[in-house]
Write a protein that binds this ligand. Structure first.
Ligand code: SF4
Ligand code: SF4
Ligand code: FES
Length: 574
């Protein structure tokens, strides 16, 4: 039902029950927010979104207050502006003055608000608290001095990821965000997803950078430095270089990486295909041999750590396949090194990932072969952008190039791994072929596409009906685990991604709250799938070659040695 409200002397229509903020945003009127997060219950904590409503004695928070018939709202009255300015000045009074050196310089909500409200001097000089930074984690760097206590990180960690690794600690002016018992994030239940970074308005949270170690390797004449890029990267960086959001700049990115000095550029979508070959065989083996079901995908290191910490009883349900990053890392230092007659110890293997948890994953002991790490450094998409800019590569003026074979050719099934549901769709395409000996007539499996946090479907493959589910966000995954625990038996295969929407919105991606950008990345991956000629992992000629020449067949002894791993219960501070 529509109701009438007046905003800045203009009559507009609002929907009964919605908040003032929602009604204003629909009309194209922006009200600043700090603690508000779309799709989560408002807390009304920061009061940045206050507006003046006629006949109400106090300013009210637009993010949490519902519209009322006949309301007369002023979004920018002198009283409102004064209140917002005071909040910003109070936040700045305890904030370091180091914007020039800050990770989020130019992309900080506090900095933007200060500019917008024309704050040009420190009028309130509060006592600055001294804080220790936490750089104990393999993935996440925390600097409490830059924290403005908006609570967005806590809410994401608790409500979306069900991890609750961080919380408010202390009282009054001594309040900070901290992990359990004031110990580092490394010993906490943090799964390294980086969703808190994506939520943070300031530079209080960012990834542990691997740029220095990559540059050191590039400058070491004894190292051959190779790089792989994950399926979602080529459609996630265009906007950082002034191009259309979601544009696929795969070829140009390959060229840029060579100009930076990487000897070889490989495509993680190739090893996504390899993952599908192994994972679909594992699924068929489990189904036909009364193995443990449902089987869960294991591509996402945040999800793996969650199971190890919170749900170890489900470890046996995890696929034993390494993630595509680790599979390609293992293959580079074995198959490729042997082919090229290079000592694997002289290879420095870098990956570009949309994910902060991949930094943790590459440091795991299980991800080594004869004491040699599969992967030596992981750059997030954000770090890649920095690297390209630091080397002065003009993305808009270079010619596209192909990735290097034999590890640079992919199917489009490998490419759609970047979207939630992509792994499932790719696996079903190959499982169908393996079980029926025929190719799917229509490769597009609509039932597993879409942005919902859970999708379920029954898929008929020959005589077999397979129950599948796709979940993103660990809270959604945990809910499904509880249903399984309570007796659900109709699902055989489950894809889980920690980040809502999948890797395309991973914790290492360029920071944006613009859903249109994320949607354009999703569309771009599916558009690639529409037009590519190799649509299934088993059709990739270089995948056929690696099995013929090296691995033998999926689940072979060699495959197990290089491409599979194991997980175990993990004790952490909760
Ligand atoms: S990285 Fe993920 S799990 Fe860790 S604190 Fe941030 S949101 Fe929580
Ligand atoms: S760390 Fe960032 S997201 Fe978390 S409370 Fe502080 S400012 Fe907000
Ligand atoms: S954004 Fe409304 S109170 Fe913080």
């Amino acid at each position: 039902m529509n109701i009438n409200i007046e905003v800045n002397n203009k009559l507009i229509q609002a929907k009964k029950g919605e908040t003032i903020l929602t009604a204003l945003n629909r009309e194209g009127i922006h009200v600043p927010t700090l603690c508000y997060m779309k799709d989560l219950m408002p807390t009304g904590a920061c009061r940045m979104c206050v507006v003046e409503v006629e006949k109400k004695p106090n300013l009210i928070t637009a993010c949490s207050y519902p519209v009322e018939e006949g309301m007369k709202i002023k979004t920018n009255s002198p009283r409102v502006v004064h209140s917002r300015k005071t909040i910003i000045e109070l936040l700045l009074s305890n904030h370091p003055d180091d914007c020039l050196y800050c990770e989020r310089n130019g992309n900080c909500e506090l900095q933007k608000l200060s500019e917008q409200y024309n704050i040009r001097e420190r009028r309130i000089s509060g006592k600055k608290n001294k804080y220790r930074v936490d750089q104990s984690s393999a993935s996440i760097f925390r600097d409490p001095a830059k924290c403005i206590l908006c609570g967005r990180c806590i809410r994401v960690c608790e409500e979306i990821e069900k991890v609750t690794a961080i919380d408010f600690v202390g009282r009054g002016s001594k309040t900070i965000i901290n992990s359990a018992f004031n110990k580092g994030l490394n010993v906490s239940s943090c799964v390294n997803c980086g969703q808190c970074i994506m939520a943070c308005p300031t530079g209080a949270l960012h990834e542990i950078s691997h740029i220095d170690r990559v540059e050191a390797a590039l400058n070491n004449p004894e190292k051959m430095v190779v790089i792989q890029h994950a399926p979602s990267i080529s459609v996630s960086i265009a906007e950082e270089f002034g191009l259309k959001p979601g544009a696929d700049i795969n070829g140009v990115m390959n060229a840029a990486l060579r100009k930076i000095g990487f000897s070889k550029v490989f495509d993680t979508s190739f090893s996504a295909d390899l993952t599908i070959m192994e994972e679909s065989s594992e699924l068929i083996h489990r189904i036909t041999n009364n193995g443990v079901l449902p089987m869960f995908t294991s591509c996402c290191p945040g999800w793996i750590k969650y199971v190890e910490e919170f749900r170890p009883e489900f470890i046996k349900n995890l696929s034993t396949c390494k993630s595509p990053q680790q599979m390609l890392g293992a293959v580079i230092k074995s198959y490729y090194a042997e082919q090229e007659k290079i000592n694997p110890e002289n290879i420095f293997s870098v990956s570009i990932m949309p994910c902060t948890a991949k930094k943790f994953e590459c440091s795991r002991e299980e991800m080594t072969n004869n004491g040699i790490a599969d992967i030596d450094a992981v750059l997030t998409t954000r770090e890649l952008v920095k690297l390209i800019k630091a080397y002065g590569i003009d993305i808009n003026n270079i010619e596209p190039e192909l990735a290097d074979n034999p590890l640079g050719t992919r199917s489009s099934a490998g490419k759609i791994f970047g979207n939630t549901g992509g792994v499932m769709e790719a696996a079903l395409r190959t499982a169908y072929f393996k079980l029926t000996g025929e190719e799917l007539i229509n490769y597009k499996i609509d039932a597993v596409r879409g942005e919902e946090s859970r999708k379920e479907a029954k898929i008929q493959i020959g005589k077999l009906e397979i129950g599948v589910a796709v979940v993103s966000g660990l809270a959604a995954a945990d809910k499904l685990l509880t249903e399984i625990e309570n007796g659900r038996k109709d699902i055989h295969f489950i894809e889980v991604m920690t980040c809502p929407g999948g890797c395309i919105a991973g914790g290492g991606q360029p920071i944006t709250h613009d859903v249109k950008r994320i949607k354009s990345r999703i569309k771009s991956l599916y558009d690639i799938d529409k037009t590519d000629s190799i649509k299934a992992s088993h059709q990739n000629p270089y995948i056929k070659e690696i099995y013929e020449n090296y691995l033998g067949e999926p689940l072979s002894h060699k495959s197990h040695e290089l491409l599979h791993t194991h997980y175990s219960k993990r004790d952490v501070l909760k």
